[in-house]
Design a protein around this ligand. Structure first.
Ligand code: ATP
Ligand code: MG
Length: 402
């Protein structure tokens, strides 16, 4: 028995009332059987898209050419797809051509893995034509049908196999493994965005260390041009790492040269925020952080608080003993409101201009010097003190004044 949401039951009931077949299908059935919360509920039906649209009040033509209509219920979308047989896949998402069918079994046959090829309705229970239950129990990722053909139809399935094995903690069945090795070069046909999305899901999963399979199965040369430059000598990926994209990628790439890191991520069309974070980790992860308040304030002043907190967690993860002590000092610094940024400095650029410093470089340099000073002496972060300090300094040095 699976517990399906009320909305799913309603959609299935509405289709049945009109004489069509309908089932929950794919990932939601798999996840329910595993006791995992399904991300979304997909429905498969014998009704054609135009028939579907006549039955439900609110629908969106999500992929109507491929038979998919989204039915809206209480502001949540449910993808309802007509039973179909797929032609060759074009971009790893959509087959070039599809043929509608009236057979549920044919629809299940086109699906990638046995564990993803089960259907369910309250009336019929689980429909399992390809041994999905058995593989679910054995913890196996196995293609539906001949794996060589299935990967040739759509090479993205190669990465999906590894990604599911990482998300579910499953092994890849031997014949499926063999076919992955053989068809790996076809991955070159898959778009970099799709490859990146799969690798990111893999890294964010409960078994990020399974990224090693990408190398062991001979896929890495086809992921992207620079991917083979990843240094894997001291891999430290683990489910214990926070589930943040930049952290998982950052730990994966921590021993790789910074310029290669940027190349690899750009090549995979990674977003700029993630590239920024991964790069920051790459620069800082092995840098020594002094265990005193001035040292910690100085490090804090060089990055956003979230990054600094994560950095300490990650250094701890890599075995840096004083991480806890450093975290305590960080807390104290924050609690006391010590100045760690130009924003927190008691004087502004305008103040320095008014005090007579030349606009531009002199002001910038003045602010930087004052910040550096208060990082060691937080109690001195007072307007009068700092102004006095900068003007007397400028006078003795005799430059930078108007
Ligand atoms: P999740 O949503 O958790 O990533 P999922 O199994 O729901 O996993 P989706 O990509 O949402 O995966 O696809 C839904 C279903 O469609 C799958 O369970 C599978 O039956 C089928 N499917 C998806 N992509 C493919 C593909 N490339 N080849 C064959 N079948 C696929
Ligand atoms: Mg899904």
């Amino acid at each position: 028995m699976i517990k399906t949401p009320r909305e799913v039951n309603e959609i299935i009931a509405a289709l049945k009332a009109q004489g069509y077949e309908a089932f929950a299908v794919g990932g939601c059935v798999r996840d329910s059987l595993l006791g995992r919360e399904p991300g979304d509920w997909d429905i498969t039906t014998s009704a054609r898209p135009e028939q579907l649209k006549g039955i439900f009040k609110r629908t969106i033509d999500t992929g109507i050419l491929h038979g998919t209509v989204t039915v809206m219920k209480n502001h949540v979308g449910y993808e309802v797809t007509t039973y179909r047989i797929d032609g060759e896949y074009e971009d790893g998402r959509h087959p070039k051509s599809v043929e509608f069918t009236s057979s549920l079994k044919e629809d299940l046959r086109r699906r990638d893995f046995t564990i993803n090829a089960m259907a369910y309705s309250q009336e019929t229970g689980i429909i399992d034509e390809f041994g999905g239950m058995e593989d679910l129990r054995a913890g196996l990722i196995r293609c539906v049908g001949n794996p060589m053909d299935r990967f040739e139809e759509d090479a993205l399935r190669i990465l999906r196999a590894i990604r599911f094995s990482a998300q579910l903690g499953f092994s890849i069945e031997e014949n499926t493994r063999g076919a992955i090795r053989a068809i790996a070069p076809n991955l070159e046909k898959v778009s970099k965005e799709r490859i990146q999305a799969e690798l990111t899901k893999l890294l964010l999963s409960g078994h990020p260390e399974k990224i090693q399979e990408v190398y062991e199965l001979g896929i890495s040369p086809y992921v992207s041009k620079w991917f083979h430059r990843v240094c894997r000598e001291h891999m430290a990926l683990s489910f214990r790492l926070p589930r943040k994209q930049y952290i998982r990628w950052g730990i994966f790439l921590k021993d790789t040269a910074e310029e290669d890191v940027v190349r690899i991520l750009k090549d995979l069309r990674m977003d700029n925020d993630t590239i920024f974070g991964v790069r920051l980790l790459n620069q800082w992860i092995y840098r020594e952080i002094p265990l005193d308040k001035p040292g910690i304030r100085r490090a804090m002043s060089q990055m956003e608080p979230e990054y600094f907190d994560d950095l300490l967690i990650l250094k701890g993860h890599l075995g840096w003993q004083p991480a806890a002590e450093a975290r305590a000092l960080t807390e104290e610094i924050r609690r006391d409101g010590d100045c760690i940024s130009l924003k927190m400095l008691a004087v502004s650029g305008r103040d320095l201009l008014e005090a007579g410093l030349a606009p531009g470089q002199a002001v910038g340099k003045g602010l930087a010097e004052l910040l550096d000073y208060v990082l060691d002496h937080p109690e001195e972060n007072k307007r009068e003190t700092l102004l006095r300090r900068i003007t007397s300094r400028q006078l003795t040095e005799g430059h930078g004044m108007i």
